[in-house]
Design a binder for this molecule. Structure first.
Ligand code: SF4
Length: 383
């Protein structure tokens, strides 16, 4: 039913151009239908690797209802439907994120999704789970030192990164497959918030997330500390004690940077400084992505939604929809995202990447660590 045009060589990236309203009535319905057909199209192998049993995760891109980066819930429901039709068991999933923002366990996370209108992806009979467990504490640690040592030293010596472990949500190794839905957009630390960032940040444990933004251990905020003592009893290494003044103190020599105290200090008595440079964050994100890739390689399908860009035309706002990209390679799909925008709508490029940052650094690092390749074959689908 499709006409396919292909150019380039490398990892396969499928491009479904967006059908606009002017071309078809019910264009959203038609776009959703084509999205489903592409996922099911055997030649693209997008669902391959999911047949070994087990649950297949769908990680929707969670954004508030009014965000331009929000992916229409119809697409999420479509993925659930397709998996169910193929007798694959879908599960909607996320990981707990940011300390002290009330997303730190399943109940608070879900309540927050409801409050901010983010859970419109909800699909009947498809459960929602946190991949780092109901309390956000389940973690697996993967030692990647030997893999990273093979990378060009010049790249690594530019950073003071000294931890080559990936800290990931503990349940990701239980997944039989994963579909990552991403709405790529500019990001002040990583440059581009695309498939690589979603793989690295989205599947991290709390510790893994913090390590992408903070280079230091937690600090005490004396004025917020109520001396309740909860952090003292919960610290696994007894690094916290009552200080001489009316607040706790942390012995950073004993601290293993697990972050538990930051969660427990409910009134902000302990927190992290987000002091990592973009260069540090990018490398740290790619290391996290490499850890996830070790576990889920061949089992992930990435979908980048290049939709809802805002173009200012002589003071008038126009929405530009480009289309949807699909690939099994996160590096290729992010490179194709940038290239497609540069080719068709160069004025939109700052919406998809922070042009002040060496964005290609993230993509290049991911390629050096063999998460994928920037060379790709673009297979365009014509109706
Ligand atoms: S981060 Fe973990 S080890 Fe360090 S002080 Fe807090 S609870 Fe203790």
């Amino acid at each position: 039913m499709f006409e396919l045009r292909s150019r380039g060589k490398g990892s396969a990236v499928v491009f479904l151009p967006w059908l606009e309203e002017q071309v078809a009535a019910d264009s959203l319905g038609k776009n959703v239908f084509s999205f489903e057909e592409i996922l099911k199209f055997k030649m693209f192998h997008l669902l391959s690797g999911f047949k070994g049993g087990g649950l297949v995760g769908i990680r929707p891109y969670l954004e508030k209802a009014d965000s331009p980066n929000r992916i229409d819930p119809l697409f999420v429901k479509s993925v659930c439907k397709i998996l169910n039709e193929q007798n694959i068991e879908p599960i909607l999933c996320d990981t707990s994120f940011k300390f002290n923002d009330r997303h730190d366990n399943l109940t608070r996370h879900y309540k927050n999704l409801n409050k901010t209108g983010q859970n419109s992806f909800h699909c009947e009979s498809v459960p929602f789970a946190l991949l780092d467990g109901i309390t956000g504490e389940q973690e697996i640690c993967i030692d990647l030192k030997s893999k990273i040592e093979n990378v060009s030293p010049s790249t690594l010596t530019t950073s003071s990164l000294n931890d080559f472990n990936a800290y990931l949500a503990g349940e990701i190794s239980e997944l039989g497959g994963l579909i990552m839905l991403t709405s790529p957009h500019s990001h002040p630390q990583s440059g581009i918030n695309g498939a690589i960032k979603n793989l690295g940040f989205g599947l991290s444990s709390k510790k893994g997330k913090i390590k992408q933004y903070s280079k230091s251990k937690p600090k005490v905020n004396p004025s917020n500390c109520t001396l309740c003592g909860k952090c003292i009893v919960n610290c696994p290494t007894r690094a916290i004690s009552k200080g001489p003044n009316q607040h706790v103190i942390i012995d950073h020599d004993l601290c293993i940077d697990c972050g538990k105290c930051v969660n427990i200090a409910y009134f902000g008595g302990i927190s992290y400084d987000f002091d990592a440079s973009p260069e540090f964050s990018q490398l740290s994100t790619v290391i996290q992505a490499l850890g996830a890739w070790q576990i889920l390689q061949n089992k992930i399908t990435f979908c980048n939604f290049l939709l809802n860009f805002e173009l200012d035309q002589n003071g008038e706002k126009k929405v530009i929809n480009i289309g949807i990209l699909f690939s099994k390679d996160p590096v290729a799909i992010d490179q194709a995202t940038i290239d497609l925008i540069n080719e068709g709508h160069p004025s939109l490029i700052d919406q998809v990447m922070d042009i002040k940052l060496p964005v290609n650094n993230l993509i290049s690092l991911a390629e050096q660590l063999k998460i994928g390749q920037r060379e790709y074959e673009l297979i365009s689908v014509a109706y």
